[in-house]
Design a protein around this ligand. Sequence first.
Ligand code: TYD
Length: 218
Amino acid sequence: MEKMQNKKIQTRKRFFSLEGIDGSGKTTQMDLLQKALEEKGFSCLRIREPGGSMISERIRELLLDSKFKGLMADKAELLLYNAARAQIIEECIKPALDSGKIVLADRFAWSTYAYQGFGRNLNKQMIFDLSVITCGEFLPELTIVLDIDVLKSRERMAKENKVPDRLESEALSFFERVRQGYLNVVEEFPQHAVLVNADQSQEKIHLELLTHVLNRLN
Ligand code: TYD
């Protein structure tokens, strides 16, 4: 495994992201987390990536369109994810954090590291360096990775019965690599990333997530 150089990162407090392979149950957990925090009186901005602002949603359409399967160059994909992120940072994340809100991101920079770096096998150092250019200090103080076996995640997605987008229609081996990418993030950045087992009851997962977040808010 290639080790990264200069891997010090700057992060912002009150900024959290949830990560995991497709079918890991992120969206349900985001709903529960947001609700619990708001019930406790915290004001939250929730965003999803790619997307969350008009420009970033347009970029999302380009990225997920299955018409472009086999056509979009890996580096174009990498840069488009970063472009969408640069926009949402300026337009939404920065103002929200500056006004004291909590930001909850459904995916953020570690998605690029896992999907483009490990899934697509692009150079990890390049992705890391690009991420620093895109995000600067706007990286989450804590990323929670929902970890699940790839076959189980596929079963969950099959139950949803929706047409897979360009990324979701990748092979199992792609998602095995992405999962490894996330495990690698947790290993390399223990102060800023934790793993939660996504193969347990929703309630248990929720309580683990909430505890991790509340610990950082104290
Ligand atoms: P989305 O429908 O939002 O997936 P999910 O509900 O699982 O979050 O689609 C986003 C897709 O884009 C998903 O397959 C992961 C992929 N992705 C990357 O490959 N790189 C990235 O940097 C990000 C943010 C997402």
